[in-house]
Design a protein around this ligand. Structure first.
Ligand code: SF4
Ligand code: FE
Length: 483
């Protein structure tokens, strides 16, 4: 396995073509806006080095028996599924950000069972190719970026009916040695912190969209991939060089637009090419795994926010107020409800035909549906308790100023025993999580990541088994079954 330092160095060797705020970035690793997101992925390597987290962060490969990072693992039991959620909560607590590496873990777990079933039904050879890739991924300890979301253009039209054919990723040429693809993936989490990308279709496809039913792996810095870095609220504060105005100076997340301009993929890296009837299953399973993930990562970030709010109350001298205590209880209740959903869909997981384990899809969708709501309520309560200071407070530069610094120090003091700087730091952290760069991950991503709320409602309606519930009611009410 790689150490954190080795991971960072391995990224430096990659040759990304990336633009940020209209300029090409030659060295993403050290760019002050990008670097905190790299630190978050680096934490997935660093924690794996620590003996106290070994059980959560590492496991043994089912292919080679060797010790690997859990992010490269195919879940072999419900216990593995539970440990995955616990690992994500831990990383959320340690980074207070999106640590990005889960999309690849969720993608490999979905692709494993779908390629197996595809080969079984159609006599294709995708599963073997996938296992070859997985072996290398585990051996090299790669961060792999799972890429699913296409730009989609006119939502009322299918992929092949779009005015611009590139609005969904598609095959433009089939050659003897491989395929050529065009298109893009949007809001791609962790793109520039990944060694490889694993591309999947974004919706269930029909026959006319067969060219769009495509899945493959490619080096993240392959010729033919362009990245345009996504903005986050307050992102330029990272250019100011201070120590606390960002709120979380060390860690962050990132998303980027990933564009494929005639990207060549050799056949050994192609995992689906035209088998449209399997694209729906791939989407459903990847989304299911990622909806489980949110019952871990968002909970860990919630833990940090609850802690920050409790400290803000302490520093204000308000921690004895009963309504504040009650609000903290409510935040914990909401946060632990999300965790309960993440654990439940894992504990109820089942074995797939290929041998890895999949979560209970109904419970995973219920988990994510709650994630579209509860972090917003937790953030509302956090802002209620923190007070307006988190958005009206002067900057760190004012605080450090030789003259006016004393004024800031004097008037932003809370209880006498706590330095003003600590209070300012906590306010900025709450701002960061509920309005700043981390609000991308904690709020908007909770809403739309792994599918918007309506996507979960469709799955809940499919899996909810209302007919069986009707029969239960009939039995109790004395109505004959089937009538
Ligand atoms: Fe992982 Fe959560 Fe980020 Fe998804 S949103 S990549 S589950 S940390
Ligand atoms: Fe996500």
């Amino acid at each position: 396995m790689m150490t954190g330092k080795q991971y960072e160095e391995s990224l430096r060797k990659l040759n990304f073509k990336v633009y940020l705020q209209g300029e090409q970035v030659p060295n993403p690793v050290d760019h002050p806006i990008i670097r905190p997101s790299m630190n978050s992925v680096k934490a997935t390597y660093e924690l794996a080095e620590k003996p106290e987290y070994e059980d959560l962060m590492t496991t043994n490969s089912h292919l080679t028996g060797k010790k690997i990072n859990r992010f490269c693992h195919l879940h072999q039991s419900t216990e593995d599924l539970v440990k995955k959620v616990k690992m994500q909560r831990l990383l959320g607590q340690k980074t207070s950000a999106c640590f990005q590496r889960c999309v690849g873990m969720d993608a490999i777990n979905a692709v494993d069972s779908v390629t197996f079933e595809m080969d079984l039904k159609l006599g294709t050879k995708y599963h073997e190719r996938f296992e070859n890739f997985l072996r290398r991924m585990q051996e090299e300890d790669w961060t792999v970026d799972g890429a699913m979301t296409d730009p989609k253009g006119d939502r009322g039209l299918s992929p092949s009916k779009q005015a611009d054919p590139d609005l969904y990723v598609h095959v433009v040429e089939k050659r003897e040695d491989g395929i050529v693809v065009c298109g893009a993936k949007t809001h791609q989490t962790g793109a520039l912190n990944s060694h490889w990308i694993l591309v999947m279709p974004t919706i269930a496809m029909s026959k006319e969209d067969a060219d769009y039913a495509v899945s493959f792996v490619a080096p993240a810095d392959a010729e033919g991939i362009l990245y345009i870095y996504g903005r986050q609220s307050c992102d330029t504060r990272k250019l100011e060089g201070g120590t606390f105005d960002v709120g979380n100076q060390q860690f962050g997340g990132h998303e980027a637009l990933m564009v494929f301009d005639h990207l060549f993929i050799p056949w050994e890296n192609v995992l689906m090419c035209g088998e449209y009837e399997f694209s729906g299953a791939l989407v459903e399973r990847f989304a299911g795994y990622h909806r489980q993930s949110y019952g871990g990562c968002k909970v860990g970030v919630g833990d940090v926010l609850i802690g920050a709010v409790a400290l803000a109350a302490d520093y204000n001298g308000a921690n004895k107020a009963s309504h504040l205590k009650d609000k903290l209880i409510e935040m914990v209740h909401l946060n632990e409800t999300l965790y309960a959903c993440g654990i439940a869909c894992s504990a109820e997981g089942t074995k797939t035909a290929s041998g890895n384990y999949i979560i209970d899809l109904l419970l995973a969708n219920v988990c994510k549906q709650n994630v579209t709501r509860f972090p917003y309520e937790i953030a509302r309560l956090a802002q209620d308790i923190a007070g307006g200071l988190m958005v009206t407070m002067p900057s760190e530069k004012d605080f450090r100023h030789p003259e006016i610094g004393k004024v800031v120090e004097k008037y932003f003091k809370g209880i006498a025993s706590v330095p003003t700087e600590y209070r300012m730091r906590i306010m900025r952290l709450i701002e960061n999580l509920t309005l700043g760069t981390a609000a991308v991950g904690y709020l908007t991503e909770s809403m739309h990541g792994a599918g918007s709320p309506q996507a979960q409602r469709i799955m809940i309606s499919r899996q909810g088994n209302i007919e069986q519930k009707k029969e239960l009611a009939k039995a109790i009410a004395g109505i004959p079954a089937g009538k």
